[in-house]
Design a protein around this ligand. Sequence first.
Ligand code: ATP
Ligand code: ZN
Length: 220
Amino acid sequence: MSTVQGRLRIAVQKSGRLADRSLDLVRDAGLRVVKGANDLLYKVENYPIDLLRVRDDDIPTFVADGVCDLGIVGENVLEEGKNGGANASVVMPLGFGKCTLKLACPPMLDYAGPASLQGLRIATSYPKILRRYLDEQGIGADIVVMRGAVEVAPRLKLASAICDLVSTGATLEANGLVAKETVFESQAVLIQSPVAPEPGLQHLLESIIERMAGVVSSQG
Ligand code: ATP
Ligand code: ZN
C-alpha cells in the first residue's frame, strides 16, 4: 500500500502587487492557508500542499527546476527569465496584475516611431524583452539595465527613453514622460513545472488546477 509522503508546493510572491490576489486565488480554490513556522513557508491544512513565499523574480526558476510544482507570476517576469533550459509552462492567465511594458520618452525627443530610437540609449528592467522587440523592429539601440527607478533615467540623462511597466500611466505622467509603443502586454499567470510531482500527488495537482480555473472563470 502506498502512502503520500511529499507535499505539493506553490510559489507565490511574498509581498508586492501580486501577493494578496495570489493568496486570494489559493484560498478561493478551497485551500485553507495557515502561517508556518517561518515567513517563507505557509501550510495548507486541508491538503498536503505548502506555499513558498518568495520574490517574484525567483518564481519562474523554482517552477522550472521542479522545486515548486505551480507558481503565480507576471508574464513579464516569466518571459524575461526564460533561458535555454526547460521552462515552466503557462497553465492559464489569471485576470489580475494587468500591466503593459511600454516605450516612453520625454516630449522633447522628436519621436516619429520606433526608428527614432536608433542609436539612442533606453533604460529598462526588461533587457531581454526589449532587445527582442528592437530586433523585430530592426533597431539598434543601447540598453541600460536598471533594477528600479527606471522612470528617472531620462531626467538624469542616463537614457533618452525608457521601457517600463505601466498600469495607470500616473508614474509616467509624474515624470514628464509620454508612452509611445506597447512592447509587451502582461498579467498574472499560473505556471506549472515540467517536472512531474511524485505519482501520489499528480491527482491533487490536477484538481487544484481545475479549482483555480473555476475560480478564474467565475470572476471572468
Ligand atoms: P519582488 O519584491 O517580489 O521582486 P517587485 O518589486 O519585482 O517585487 P511588484 O512591483 O510587486 O514587483 O510587481 C509584481 C508584478 O506586478 C509585476 O512583475 C507585474 O507583472 C505586475 N504589475 C501590475 N501593475 C504593475 C505596475 N504598474 N508596475 C509594475 N508592475 C506591475
Ligand atoms: Zn521582482
